[in-house]
Ligand binder design. Structure first.
Ligand SMILES: Cc1ncc(COP(=O)(O)O)c(C=O)c1O
Length: 377
């Protein structure tokens, strides 16, 4: 925890198990033996704390880390991460000077970035990865632009093509045919590079879903994100081998008994059908506990699932603990994670909020302090 966070007396916290992070990296290594891994730690390591997770993975020998922003890469360098760092996006204009100064590797996705990178390197050799668009239409050189890029490269000897990558548009492999088509296009692009005399050391396409279940794509460098945090993009429940690294908990700040017919929270969207025991929890949508889950979410207390009732507010929400009458202000309430053999998973929250587990874990708010533990799963 940072010094700032240490003053937090609010009981809403996220506990991140760095042992689980290491374990999940090992799962990836076991699944695809002998392949190097580029662990994706962008977006504050999917909400888990980028510097702590980056250092953990780096000490565990991960070959590469991937971030979205130059700023994220600089942050990792400042805490002493020496591992190769790939900047997947936003390495633009002036930020390329910072990128070179901090020994980060750009994923180049626009032909004009080549000249800018060469300038930022001031004539010295600078390695980069080339991102190809094979069907996501987000970042990446279009296949019809590839020759133009290679022509520019031929004229810029200080640029070293160290890697080539693309990204699956169906992150959960829902459309295998589309994924296979993307893979074929990527292989075709790699062949075109070879034919022009370029032999990048790293070729990479495999996200978590591919590492878990798409052998054809398990080539070169693997680039998993979600599975490093213990979640399987293919499974509604967690895959047995992976261990979710984040547990999100709180404690009630108010307990009260209300009569049958009491309106709970904004708009009276929930009215008690019986005399009820209501626990007010100090977590709300400003903490990343989505308001869209109102009327659907459940939390765990004393190993029992209880419903969150009424509208989820900015800083607070209410749980109906009538069926667990012994609940006290000292009880741990699990918003996400396990308790006494029961679980509320990131998938559960995602289902209630009509979103994906990625958004849930990335969304756990900055004002929720992260505590780090290190267990042996
Ligand atoms: C370019 C790129 N590669 C890899 C990943 C990791 O994907 P996943 O978290 O599904 O493993 C992401 C995630 O958004 C990404 O944008």
């Amino acid at each position: 925890m940072s010094d700032d966070a240490a003053v937090s007396i609010r009981p809403t916290i996220a506990t991140v198990d760095l042992g689980a992070i290491r374990h999940n990296l090992e799962v990836a290594r076991r699944l695809v033996p002998g392949q190097a891994i580029c662990a994706v730690v962008k977006a504050d390591a999917y909400g888990h704390g980028m510097n702590e997770v980056g250092l953990t993975l780096s000490r565990a020998g991960v070959e590469w880390l991937a971030v979205a922003l130059v700023e994220e890469g600089i942050s990792l360098r400042r805490v002493g991460v020496k591992t190769s760092i790939l900047v997947l996006g936003s390495a633009l204009g002036g930020t390329l000077f910072e990128l070179v100064a901090h020994n980060l590797t750009a994923a180049i996705y626009r032909p004009d970035q080549l000249e800018a990178l060469a300038m930022a390197a001031r004539g010295k050799p600078v390695a980069f990865h080339l991102k190809i668009d094979t069907g996501m239409a987000r970042l990446g050189v279009r296949l019809e632009e590839l020759d133009q890029v290679l022509d520019a490269l031929d004229k810029t000897p200080n640029l070293v093509l160290d890697g080539v990558l693309t990204h699956f548009a169906d992150a959960d492999l829902a459309d295998r045919d589309f994924n296979s088509a993307q893979l074929r296009l990527f292989e075709g692009a790699c062949r075109r590079l070879q034919a022009r005399g370029y032999k990048p050391k790293w070729q990479h396409i495999a996200n978590s879903a591919a590492v878990l279940s798409f052998p054809e794509a398990q080539v070169g460098l693997l680039r998993p994100g979600l599975m490093i945090y213990g979640l399987d993009p293919l499974a509604k429940r967690r895959a047995t081998e992976l261990v979710p690294a984040m547990r999100w908990t709180t404690r009630p700040v108010h307990l009260k008994t209300v009569p049958q017919g009491a309106r709970i929270s904004y708009g009276g969207r929930f009215v008690t059908k019986r005399d009820s025991r209501i626990a007010t929890l100090p977590v709300g949508y400003a903490d990343g506990y989505p308001r869209a889950m109102s009327g659907k979410a459940q939390v765990l207390v004393r190993g029992r699932l209880v419903p969150v009732v009424g509208t989820i507010c900015m800083d607070l929400c209410m749980a109906d603990v009538t069926d667990v009458p012994e609940v006290s202000l000292d009880d741990e309430v699990v918003l996400m994670g396990r308790q006494e053999g029961a679980e509320v998973s990131a998938y559960d929250l995602a289902t209630w909020a009509d979103t994906i587990p990625y958004e849930i874990i990335c969304g756990v708010g900055a004002r929720v302090p992260r505590y780090y533990v290190d267990s042996e799963p």
